[in-house]
Write a protein that binds this ligand. Structure first.
Ligand SMILES: [Zn+2]
Length: 331
């Protein structure tokens, strides 16, 4: 929803920065997807999950702060008291990793590029994301520091869950939402935790993305799992092949519209602002009502503009740069 604020000297009609005015708590829902497989969704806020091994737990994503993570763990503890051996991080974004301290995990697993991104831009991302989404940064001062993965891999890593529980396969499907996204796949139940590579009826954040890889080979690999249930980064769990494929294709459609519209303005010698307006107009009929649409779009278009300009890796978002881009495109 677009909020109207009166700021400082009485400027009326500006949109509140990012999600800074979105302060109402979302309702969290814990779903048991199969025996020992859990997903917590929250009306468009970041999703998390957990998978039981025979005598341990694997948690997927860490929430934004230890206080937020403890609330999730309290719900999970109604189902299982197994200790957390592995905490799997799908990518480096602050609202998914900075709650890690609450898990007491033996091992924190991520892609090798994620570890490099934490080192390169973790502090800037922390400041940027907490200012963009203050509601998620519950008790922000309880975050003890950056979250450092202790086990990394480049392509695939398999965790034997023990007993007859099968394997949990962690896999990098190429560049997408970031340079280091991984998904978690349970072949036995055909359940896929996709992180922010797939969103189910929530807008895409692409400010650190590789749009063309994501829209093509990366989503192709995700679709090829043939999942029967998919937990995306935000939004409801997709149940059944049709719903899973629809979520993947919605994600691809969002990216393709962006590539087409931003590409047309870029190719035609227009401005970033024109690209923003044109992309918003093209996306809004289908996606404008989805959570965080207005929040994400300036950062999304800005990154795609850079990508089409030949800037290979995403420019680091700082709190200052966030405000500059917002002022240029959304005010
Ligand atoms: Zn993300």
């Amino acid at each position: 929803m677009i909020k109207t604020l009166t700021i400082g000297g009485g400027v009326v009609g500006r949109k509140a920065f990012a999600s800074s005015a979105d302060l109402d708590d979302k309702e969290q829902t814990l779903e048991v997807l199969a025996d020992g497989v859990y997903a917590l969704t929250a009306e468009g806020d970041p999703n998390v999950g957990a998978i039981e091994g025979e005598d341990f737990l694997v948690c997927f994503e860490a929430m934004a702060t230890p206080v937020a993570a403890r609330e999730w763990l309290a719900k999970l503890r109604e189902h299982t008291d197994k200790p957390v051996r592995y905490l799997v991080l799908s990518h480096y974004h602050a609202v998914r990793v900075l709650g890690a301290a609450a898990f007491d995990a033996e091992v924190i697993v991520a892609h090798e590029n994620t570890r490099a991104l934490v080192a390169e831009r973790g502090l800037e991302d922390w400041e940027s994301e907490f200012a963009r989404m203050p509601r998620l940064a519950k008790a922000a001062d309880t975050v003890p520091g950056l979250t450092w993965p202790t086990l990394t891999f480049s392509d695939r890593l398999t965790i034997d869950l023990g007993g007859d529980r099968g394997d949990l396969v962690l896999q990098h499907c190429g560049r997408g939402h970031t340079e280091g996204d991984i998904v978690a796949w349970l072949p036995k139940h055909r359940i896929l935790f996709a992180g922010d590579l797939v969103e189910a009826e929530a807008a895409l954040y692409t400010g650190d993305a590789f749009h063309r890889d994501w829209a093509s080979s990366t989503l192709d690999r995700i679709k090829a799992f043939g999942a029967e249930a998919l937990v995306g980064g935000r939004g409801a769990v997709s149940h059944g092949r049709d719903a899973v494929d629809a979520a993947v294709e919605q994600t691809r459609d969002f990216l393709r519209i962006m590539i087409r519209e931003v590409g047309a303005v870029h190719h035609g010698g227009g401005t970033l602002k024109e690209a923003f307006e044109r992309t918003r107009a093209a996306l809004a009929p289908r996606y404008g009502r989805w959570p965080i649409f207005e929040h994400c779009l300036p950062f999304d278009v800005s990154r795609l503009w850079d990508e089409l300009s030949g800037i290979e890796r995403p420019v680091i978002w700082t709190a200052e740069r966030d405000r500059e881009v917002w002022a240029l495109l959304q005010d």
